[in-house]
Design a protein around this ligand. Structure first.
Ligand SMILES: NC(=O)c1ccc[n+]([C@@H]2O[C@H](COP(=O)([O-])OP(=O)(O)OC[C@H]3O[C@@H](n4cnc5c(N)ncnc54)[C@H](O)[C@@H]3O)[C@@H](O)[C@H]2O)c1
Length: 261
């Protein structure tokens, strides 16, 4: 779905977390297609090796990093400083989920979900912020419609993504004066490894299609297009935006359709 002729990121330095799969992989590809040099960050070595091979010979540099481990994030920052000397765009995309209510899931599960999805996002953001201030760069977070309103049975994920939504707003406010923009996209159900199990269930897919005004699931390329827009100069007066990329799901007030008489 790449738009031919666009080259908004010639030689720009971009870092994408969770880049070995799904939305992160499609986003890295889109940046590369548009001329960027991209650091692909992921904690899954096999997937990262495959992703880097698939993207060669473009300017894709892998970094095996677990963003939930502060020492690894520090080392990543040193690597980027030494390798690139600068960073123009940070895409905080890595996230993990867990099924269940607050009664189903113990505190260890909360810690696991939070360590990557919220604390990891926050820590990567604060670690790279000085470089982004120097470059007058920007951050795009992959939040979720689950951070805007609630789902049934993914309590900890929704709470963590709610944190990412407000992290986006407060960082946009605090660091706008330093020339750094901070925005978020909010995908609805998108076809990736994260949802692979669920979308095997045809009834689930049908219920999503019925619920989404555009009547289809999201694709990673839909998200990549929105992320690269927010990261581009076309969005230079946009900051603090929580942008649903959801086929219209959040346009609804949640009531079921009225019967037609
Ligand atoms: N797929 C959806 O329906 C959907 C909807 C809304 C939001 N999102 C969000 O989109 C983002 C990308 O998810 P996806 O759907 O592409 O899933 P995915 O599972 O295909 O990709 C996630 C990638 O992140 C990596 N990762 C996970 N934890 C990490 C860590 N601590 N350090 C480094 N890498 C890590 C994984 O190894 C994987 O490669 C996530 O933040 C997710 O919450 C997804």
């Amino acid at each position: 779905m790449s738009i031919q002729g666009l080259s908004r990121f010639q030689s720009k330095k971009v870092l994408v977390t969770g880049a070995a799969s799904g939305i992160g992989h499609a986003t890295a590809l889109r940046f590369l297609d548009e001329g960027a040099h991209v650091i692909l960050v992921d904690r899954d070595k096999a997937k990262l090796d495959d992703a880097t091979k698939a993207l060669a010979p473009k300017y894709a540099v892998p970094s095996l990093t677990d963003i939930s481990v502060p020492e690894q994030v520090e080392a990543l920052c040193k690597f980027v400083e030494e390798y690139f000397g600068t960073l123009d765009v940070l895409v905080n995309n890595a996230g993990v989920t867990a099924m269940g209510t607050v009664l189903d899931c113990d505190l260890a599960t909360w810690s696991t979900v939070c360590a990557t999805t919220l604390t990891g996002t926050l820590n990567v953001s604060r670690t790279f912020l000085p470089m982004l201030i120097k470059a007058k760069g920007n951050i795009v977070n992959t939040a979720s419609v689950s951070g805007m309103r609630g789902d049934w049975n993914t309590a900890y994920y929704d709470v963590a993504k709610g944190g990412v939504v407000n992290l986006t707003r407060v960082m946009a406010m605090d660091h706008g004066k330093s020339g750094v923009r901070v925005n978020a996209i909010c995908p609805s159900v998108t076809r990736t490894a994260m949802t692979a199990e669920a979308v095997k269930d045809k009834a689930f897919v049908k219920s999503v299609e019925d619920r989404v005004p555009l009547q289809r699931l999201g694709e990673p390329e839909d998200m990549a297009a929105a992320i690269t827009f927010l990261a581009s100069a076309d969005a230079s007066y946009i900051t603090g935006l929580i942008m649903p990329v959801d086929g219209g799901v959040t346009a609804s007030n949640g009531q079921p359709p009225f019967p037609m008489s």
